[in-house]
Design a binder for this molecule. Structure first.
Ligand code: NAP
Length: 250
């Protein structure tokens, strides 16, 4: 029996990076996966990869910063598979790099809309669906920057701290209704979110911030997401788990 046999799982931002790795792993572990992304082309590529390897999946386009689209995504899961067991609220952006006193106002709004409001909108519709299915597990993707600060990314740091707090609040509310809610804190991971914006020299510096002296891999993050999504973590809720090569131990 595979870890996620018969489970219905939706993953936002699953067209790339961490979300893609989680979608491939979940499908490999027997889940029916709803691959969701704002970028239809990337999402459909992931869908094809899952189908080629014999997994079961569907694609649904969703901009997580739009509550109506999140509602439609959950409805799609219910209509297609008759329930929702697992949700991974993963879609996120880095946003502009600037000092707080000079931060672009529209950049702040966009980061908060996707990284924080997007997680709330997700849970707002996922939780009622999970209650109907008899329970579930939600994994919210925060960051090491949901636990500590850094310079030049005030919107990202604030939004990720918000995700950690929101996760705890929801976990407490639904702990006795069989819905578990956890967040994770990846260190710097080798995905397009990072490699598209940083010069190779800067990436070297970023690697050295981790005691393991390297970036993490999406697959290493996906393994933790799988643990929290599955019944292997049945007594875990309201927690924040780093996966960071030792970053937060310093
Ligand atoms: P990624 O490779 O850029 O993948 C993110 C995916 O989300 C992309 O396919 C992106 O589409 C999509 N997306 C962007 N805005 C969206 C929206 N409004 N609605 C739905 N989908 C949207 O990034 P990643 O590194 O895997 O990041 C995934 C999550 O991990 C994020 O929450 C990020 O903050 C978090 N995280 C990443 C790192 C890291 O170092 N990489 C570290 C800690 C935490 P487009 O490509 O079209 O924009």
């Amino acid at each position: 029996m595979k870890t996620l046999s018969n489970k219905v799982a939706l993953i936002t931002g699953a067209g790339s990076g961490i979300g893609k790795a989680a979608a491939l792993l979940f499908a490999n572990q027997g889940a029916k996966v709803i691959v969701s992304d704002i970028h239809e082309g990337h999402g459909k590529e992931v869908l094809e990869e899952i189908k080629k390897s014999g997994g079961e999946a569907s694609f649904f386009k969703c901009d997580t910063s739009q509550a109506k689209e999140q509602e439609a995504l959950v409805q799609f899961a219910m209509d297609t598979y008759g329930g929702l067991d697992i949700a991974v609220n993963n879609a996120g952006i880095g946003g502009p790099l600037a000092l707080t006193g000079e931060y672009p106002l529209d950049g702040w709004q966009k980061v908060v809309d996707i990284n924080l409001n997007g997680v709330f909108y997700g849970m707002r519709f996922q939780i009622p669906a999970m209650l109907k299915s008899g329970g579930g597990s939600i994994v919210n993707i925060a960051s090491i920057l949901g636990n500590v600060g850094t310079r030049f990314s005030p919107a990202y740091v604030a939004s990720k701290h918000g995700v950690v707090g929101l996760t705890k609040a929801a976990a407490l509310e639904y702990a006795n209704q069989n819905i578990r809610v956890n967040s994770i804190g990846p260190g710097y991971i080798n995905t397009p979110l990072l490699t598209n914006v940083l010069e190779p020299e800067t990436i070297k510096q970023v690697e050295s911030l981790h005691p393991m002296n390297r970036l993490g891999k999406s697959e290493e993050v996906a393994d933790l997401i799988l643990f929290l999504a599955s019944s292997n973590s049945s007594f875990v809720t309201g927690s924040y788990y780093p996966v960071d090569g030792g970053y937060l131990a310093q």
